[in-house]
Design a protein around this ligand. Sequence first.
Ligand code: RUB
Ligand code: MG
Length: 493
Amino acid sequence: MSAQEIHAEATDITGNAKKRYSAGVLKYRQMGYWQPDYVPSETDTICLFRITPQDGVDPVEAAAAVAGESSTATWTVVWTDRLTACDSYRAKAFRVDPVPGTPGQYFCWVAYDIILFEEGSIANITASLIGNVFSFKPLKAARLEDIRMPNALIKTFKGPPCGLIVERERLDKFGRPLLGATTKPKLGLSGRNYGRVIYEGLKGGLDFMKDDENINSQPFMHWRDRFLYVMEGVNKASAATGEVKGSYLNVTGATMEDIYERAEFAKELGSVVIMVDLIIGWSAIQSIGNWARKNDMIVHMHRAGHGTYTRQKNHGVSFRVMAKWLRLAGVDHLHTGTAVGKLEGDPMTVQGYYNVCRDSYTKQDLPRGLFFDQDWCDTKKVMPVASGGIHAGQMHQLIDLFGDDVILQFGGGTIGHPAGIQAGAVANRVALECMVKARNEGKDIKNEGPEILKKAAQTCTPLKQALDTWGDITFNYTSTDTSDFAVTPGVSA
Ligand SMILES: O=C(COP(=O)(O)O)[C@H](O)[C@H](O)COP(=O)(O)O
Ligand SMILES: [Mg+2]
């Protein structure tokens, strides 16, 4: 059946109210969820889903079902639709294209009226867009690839409590990426030993230290102990270096009451930053964002667990969508990948996540996985965090890929240094500063980077030791999540 025939059939049925609302089962496209002539309005949200229909299921009907199940539909006609402005409330699938080079998969575009979403609530948006529809039997798999949210919806969110511009002002650090490190081992250190690691890292030249994702309040170190020793380390290092220093105190806990109690104590101790993990959930993230806004606190967001649903290309949600929602929900830092480190990340796809965090206006950029223009309406910018298996020997690649507005975090790549933690931090700071200087002088750091590092190492033993230890370490594996398009139509590569 051609698109015109499908459209004619749907119009015929929707035009005939008796037939449309007679009890029984109709195809989703006959119920009005497929409208190939629909032109999305300025206030619509547009989603791009990648769908894999079951064998024998018509892709157009599958797309209509996605629109139906993520908005108003159920499996059969219900007369109560007629008690509503159902023509507006229905989401509309309006375009279906085969995924290039991937038989059996289709991209489908679905438009949602603004009336469908509660203002300022990511929980509500996700309940529709990545809710029941992902378990729908006629689909083998589905993935929310990208989303365009209208200005009217964007303006209902408060966004990052601090934002990257104000963060730099509070820290008094400009013109270079910030440096951090995740404390290792992840679990098991006592409070006093933990505080020592914090001091060493900051004193050696890092701007931030960081709690790991799974450290909360275990028997080996209760949270108050951790906070007290960490802040002792932060204060001593600030005094010794004359720089503002911070350590992301992980306030993640079992309940919102625990989270608030930990955040209040972090504030009382004078910390500039707290941390939460994605696993606390959307409502908790928005709540801690509100708390941070009131208390002038930077919120660091770790994203542990996202790979369970963002990594596979055929099912789940793209991290670019998660990044858009997290920016609106209200976080200041967001782990967005390294491309060169130990964890999943195709360089172009990862750059797409960075753009979503830092753009004032995101332009369509298919090679980076960005399907839509997105106006951020002056929502503050999120500081992206590159972390996971990176070391000083990759400094040129990291700066070339991500620029200055990024936090580069070397956990093992600081604490595993053969001459100790301070030496690890010195190596990273010297590698960073020599690379920024070279770039500012107009050097081609992408190609000359290894030489620039080698030269700096002649007068910096810790950097020499870092390069000798890790210089050859790479993680060259095929990425799972890559773009389906080499170039954006109309834009030369
Ligand atoms: O502990 C680390 C990194 O430690 P190390 O520097 O020793 O590898 C973080 O949990 C990862 O960055 C998370 O991954 P992502 O940043 O991709 O969410
Ligand atoms: Mg970790």
